[in-house]
Ligand binder design. Sequence first.
Ligand SMILES: [Zn+2]
Length: 493
Amino acid sequence: MLKIAIGQFMQESHSFTPIDCSWEQFHAGHIYRGEEILTRMASNKVEVAGAIELAREQNLEIAPLLACNAVSSGYVRADVFEDLLGDLLGRLEAQLPVDGLFLALHGAMVAEGDEDASGTVLAAARELVGAGTPIVASLDLHANVTEKMIAASDGLVGYHTCPHVDLYETGAAGMRLLLDVIRGEVKPVTGYCQLPLIAPPENSVTLEGPFREVMEIALAYESHPKVLNVSVFYVQPWLDLSDIGCSVLVVADGDQQLADAVAEKIAEAFWRRRRRFYVDLTPLQEAVRAAVSAPKGPVILADGADAPSGGAPGDSPAILSALLAAGVDVDTLINIVDPAAVDSAIKAGIGKEVSLRVGAWSSDMWEPVKIKGRVLQVSDGAFRFTGPGYRGREFHRGRTVVLQSGTIFLQIMERPVFQGDTALYTSLDLDPREAHIVVVKTPSAFRVDYGPFAAQIILVDAPGATSSNLKSFNWRKLPRPFYPFDEIDDWRR
Ligand SMILES: [Zn+2]
């Protein structure tokens, strides 16, 4: 019986956020060890679950190692990275010999002093299992793929969707490739092209627009009998690294020339569309006016500039402040991170009127906003995503309160968490379907869960750590020339 080791080590880094990645950011997501992975993750709709399910169908022995996933943030603290990597490797060593290793990685993880932490994880695993044991890893669509990652693995497979709704399927595809390699049915080779390009996340969606076209062109190649897997990576853009860029990765069976040629063709199609990835956002005041006066709700105000999924602190009061200034009189759901305000509200107690200053907790980029209201609800903040894609994934936003101020229902939490799923509100008995305005702090992830019932979606131009105005950041390491900072005709360097 084949024995397959399974692990996960995920975090998406951000070079400009005020939030470091420490233990707290992993605890806001999860750290599962050994058998806990099987009990806590196997029924979720995530990569590890897809891999486990396929292994179970084939009656294989599963060796669960470590599964950890942080909320997006700054670079992983060196000691935290070393501890988690040591834990993963120690568990792998204890399970040796294994026939293969499946790892779920993000691919845009940076640790202090290590630009390519995902590559380091793969290289360390390779060193431990040796050249003869196949390793396959899954990656997020926003991965920053490197030569080191490719060299250390037998194959890398990325999500094909954004919003990401194919985590489970990507995990299963990775496990299928791994098993085919172990059984000698395929000999994977990888074609890889990196583009000198980063682009705003609003247009990384595969539901419509230029990136959908690129993905369709790419996926058509998967019908070629020798093409095993095709991935296109729309890299996390707020990474000031010396080796970065959107990329294309093609895994073919034994035919390097084919893999290279297909990767080039897709890279060319991606590059030709580069100007179309830039988005028009609606100025803040105009967005709020349009939402308040909309004939019908829910109007989704997407604050992509304060998106915890991209690594922002979630504490921007920009939209809240504009709503208050506009005297909003329609039911509005909004949220903000502010541990001190949570503490004050909890000390006052449910049903009590309080006067708080909220937001701008992590930096002095903004002024906090004064708001008066009644404490409606107090929660421990733990919840699970219920929508497609990440279904079952646990988040811990810390102690959380709901404050009602007129028609505004303000969720105040201690820690930032991902916002793409309606469970952020429904877990607190707030129904986005019934509200006139719903504020979500994400550029695109909300489209799948909110899209079907949204009367209107407005992408708001607000300031913040995950602003789409990429030229506004202070880039130091990014290689030049690089688009959109420089005009370049040929993407090949
Ligand atoms: Zn992503």
